[in-house]
Design a protein. Structure first.
Lengths: 112, 113
């Protein structure tokens, strides 16, 4: 199985600050069709996960441009600028390139 | 607007089967996409369990392959999860989801005698 190593495990960020989360894969996430199926989700307390970024860098509908995704191959990053209270929760990366699909272990974003 | 809703017992005894239903509104499950079951264990670990595609084919996580079955009732626009021979390690919140942004609210299932 593809292992996604997500770091850090937790982040303490001040309101208005910037957060960066890394997701490193044990193998390339480039699909044979050329696409890279690496996605980012946020699970807020008491809610189901919501899609933030799909295929590395595409913001899902309604997601503010404070969220950005980048990377390629095995190394991916989610950046959150100007952190707001609504951004708190657990962030996950998910790969759907290889079977079985796998998640990172999660990064908990908390306010300092 | 597409909505997914899980339902099923919140308590299952060890060695028994766990059965959950995902009811979908706002989209016909035979029209497209994969329809998945995902679970979140106590703590933060998430596991993709498997899916049934819009055409009815299935794809399971090999770690569960001998215990899992995902089926559907197209007349009711529902799909189902059955997990056999459960243990306490199957205690989790179970989500149904359409590939991408659409997830149900989740149902917590405890395996305990």
């Amino acid at each position: 199985d593809v292992v996604l190593t997500q770091t850090p495990v937790s982040l303490l960020i001040s309101l208005g600050g910037q957060a960066s989360i890394s997701c490193r894969s044990s193998q390339s996430l480039v699909h044979s069709n050329g696409n890279t199926y690496l996605h980012w989700y946020l699970q807020k307390p008491g809610q189901s996960p919501q899609l933030l970024i799909y295929q590395v860098s595409n913001r899902f509908s309604g997601i503010p441009d404070r969220f950005s995704g980048s990377g390629s191959g095995t190394d991916f990053t989610l950046k959150i600028s100007r952190v707001e209270p609504e951004d708190l929760g657990v962030y996950y990366c998910l790969q759907r390139t290889h079977n079985p699909y796998t998640f990172g272990a999660g990064t908990k974003l908390e306010l300092k | 607007e597409i909505q997914l809703q899980e339902s099923g017992p919140g308590l299952v005894k060890p060695s028994q089967s766990l059965s959950l239903t995902c009811s979908v509104t706002g989209y016909t499950i035979t029209s497209g996409y994969d329809w998945s079951w995902i679970r979140k264990f106590p703590g933060n670990k998430m596991e993709w369990m498997g899916y049934i595609s819009y055409s009815g084919s299935t794809n399971y996580n090999p770690s569960l392959k001998s215990r899992i079955s995902i089926t559907r009732d197209t007349s009711k626009n529902q799909f189902f999860l059955q997990l056999n021979s459960v243990t306490t390690e199957d205690t989790a919140t179970y989500y149904c989801a359409r590939s991408g942004p659409h997830w149900g609210q989740g149902v917590m299932v405890t395996v305990s005698s």
